[in-house]
Design a protein around this ligand. Structure first.
Ligand SMILES: Nc1ncnc2c1ncn2[C@@H]1O[C@H](COP(=O)(O)OP(=O)(O)OP(=O)(O)O)[C@@H](O)[C@H]1O
Length: 257
């Protein structure tokens, strides 16, 4: 069986800094994978490797069994909101439409009717249609995050990669975004980089822990030893509570006291 995403022995260096070392990661089609790890642990780098945005020092990346070059149009990417210029004078609809042009930005290329139709359909699906003419600087954090998800969906991807999709949004928008992702997961493989431990316990079906090396990939119940290895510090520093309490699935809270 081909995996949606497969990394075999992948290493990445920035100059002399090893960002990823010997990563083996196999993500089954239909997974909802959360990637956690400390700041600077290589999470964004890993997403960029899957997108083919950075060269690996060694190793192999496959998307549905094919090379990246053959599969680039199967992947949608939602970047960290902090990397997005909110002051850019552009409307919600334009942000989503621009995704349809990427990769084919040639002279004389213009939007076709089907581009507009797809962009509008995605905006409707995400309850954003009434905001389509609004300048992106005038959106709330949660709305902007959903616009960036709409942008990624406009290319009709089979795999969706998201980098910290709830970092700048309030609790109710966070729940709304994860519910949306869960719905999208019905027909897409989803990979999310996050620091949101509550989301890990409630929404993801598998978990990967990254700190230059991949310390864990599998179910979302982490033992204390692995967590300390990954984060290099006592777990409650990062989870604000008892780790098993935090990682227990919804409705099955474990009391470690
Ligand atoms: N373009 C770059 N040039 C040089 N070093 C880089 C570059 N991008 C990232 N790094 C370094 O590589 C390491 C991994 O960075 P990366 O952004 O992948 O980590 P991360 O886990 O996503 O971090 P965070 O949780 O803080 O977003 C860090 O030490 C970072 O400083």
């Amino acid at each position: 069986m081909d995996y949606a995403v497969e990394l075999n022995n992948v290493s990445v260096k920035y100059g002399s800094l090893a960002a990823l070392t010997n990563i083996d990661l196999k993500v089954s089609e239909g997974s909802f994978l959360g990637i956690i790890g400390p700041n600077g642990g290589g999470k964004t780098t890993l997403l960029k490797v899957v997108l083919g945005l950075i060269e690996t020092e060694k190793g192999e990346v496959k998307i549905f069994g094919n090379s990246l070059a053959q599969a680039a149009d199967k992947i949608g990417y939602v970047p960290q909101i902090s990397n997005f210029d909110r002051n850019f004078p552009i409307s919600v609809l334009d942000v989503v439409l621009m995704a349809r042009l990427e990769g084919k930005l040639k002279f004389f290329h213009s939007y076709q009717k089907k581009d507009l139709k797809q962009a509008e359909s995605v905006l409707k699906e995400l309850n954003l249609f009434e905001l389509k003419d609004r300048q992106i600087g005038k959106l709330s954090g949660g709305q902007l995050q959903r616009v960036l998800i709409a942008r990624a969906l406009a290319v009709e991807p089979e795999i969706l990669l998201l980098d910290e999709p709830t970092a700048n949004v309030d609790a109710s928008s966070t729940a709304e975004i994860y519910k949306l992702l869960k719905k999208l997961n019905q027909n897409k493989t989803i990979i999310v980089v996050t620091h949101d431990m509550a989301a890990v316990s409630s929404y993801f079906d598998t978990l990967a822990c990254l700190n230059q090396k991949l310390y864990h990939h599998g179910d979302k119940h982490l033992d204390q030893e692995t967590t300390e290895q990954v984060f290099g510090c006592p777990v409650d520093l990062i989870a604000h509570g008892h780790p098993h309490h935090v990682f227990a699935p919804h409705g099955e809270e474990v009391n470690n006291d």
